[in-house]
Design a protein around this ligand. Structure first.
Ligand SMILES: [Zn+2]
Length: 319
């Protein structure tokens, strides 16, 4: 099976009433773990990478190898997606490397990180859509600002500018994006909400309202990792120092899917699953220096989390 565009994968999800998980990878071993889970679950999957974030110095070779690896799993309906492209150049480079989907996050200015004006967001997003369309690549845009930070700095709910349904309609009309990341109460990073109620703040009514007005656009949930307490506890019991916090519960995500969410990003949960398994193994096996023995449990931990999410999102068995 050839790589899919995001539009095609999410159109199938729309028909089936499920969501496709998007898992962040920064090395080939991580991508293998995600693709193996998808293969075993007969699930579609979105493998995503962020520009400037990988284990390698040479991003061009990394992206070429990632593209080749995803193609190798020919039984897996997979989308290769650029997560949080900040500039036109980021997106063009990803398209040149064979990504089938790119996100242009023009909701904040790339240089200052301040919320961008609606007009600036539209202008940059539209330029990316024009280029991507020529290559048959899908585009995800972002409207409103999702709180928190990819790097794991505490995100306060006050920072979130919620998506406005009128603006969402105008944004899609003017940009023609295939998918839209909507700010509906989630937060980026490994430290999300400092109280249990935080993860319950997902504005389901807002999701339904936007979906109703944009039936041909696919809605994406960012900052929606669950931040499992067990994973954080394992990391911290084995030498780590991750501040415990609350994420978005699996139940909330299911309600989001019922309201119309079709792509769910699981960046932080991806990092936590890998780190917890690796730290626990190294702590329990201090004499092991063979890298294969160390990577095996890390890949296994990551694979298990991805498998669980595919079942929660209803994408298992849909390949
Ligand atoms: Zn995001």
């Amino acid at each position: 099976m050839a790589l899919l565009t995001l539009r095609s994968a999410l159109a199938d999800a729309e028909k089936g009433g499920y969501a496709v998980g998007a898992f962040n990878v920064s090395s080939l071993d991580q991508a293998i773990a995600v693709l193996e889970a998808a293969e075993a679950e007969s699930s579609p999957v979105i493998v995503q990478a962020i520009a400037g974030m990988s284990a390698y110095d040479d991003e061009s070779r990394w992206w070429s190898r990632l593209r080749a690896l995803v193609s190798e799993f020919d039984g897996v309906p997979a989308v290769l997606h650029l997560d949080h492209g900040r500039t036109y150049d980021d997106c063009l480079r990803a398209i040149d490397h064979g990504f089938t989907s790119v996100m242009i996050d023009a909701s904040r200015a790339a240089d200052t990180d301040e919320p961008a004006s609606f007009e600036d967001n539209v202008a940059l997003t539209r330029r990316v859509v024009e280029a991507a369309t020529r290559s048959g690549v899908s585009v995800e845009g972002e409207l409103g600002t999702i709180g928190g930070a990819e790097a794991g700095i505490a995100g306060e709910l006050e920072e979130i500018v919620f998506a406005d349904p009128d603006q969402a309609v105008e944004f899609v009309e003017q940009t023609r994006v295939d998918a839209l990341a909507v700010a509906v109460g989630t937060s980026h990073g490994s430290v999300k909400f400092t109280d249990a109620a935080g993860g319950g703040r997902l504005r389901l009514g807002l999701i339904s309202e936007i979906k109703e007005r944009l039936p041909d656009t696919f809605l994406v949930l960012h900052g929606s990792s669950s931040v499992p307490a067990e994973a954080v506890a394992v990391i911290n019991a084995n030498g780590g120092a991750v501040r415990p916090s609350y994420g978005i519960s699996p139940e909330q995500k299911s309600e989001g899917i019922a309201a119309g969410i079709r792509k769910i990003n699981q960046g932080t949960d991806s990092h936590l699953a890998w780190s917890a398994a690796l730290r626990a193994f190294l702590h329990d096996n201090p004499a092991v220096v063979e890298p294969g023995e160390q990577l095996r449990p890390a890949m296994g931990g990551f694979r298990a989390m991805v498998t669980q999410r595919m079942r929660e999102f209803g994408s298992s068995g849909r390949a």
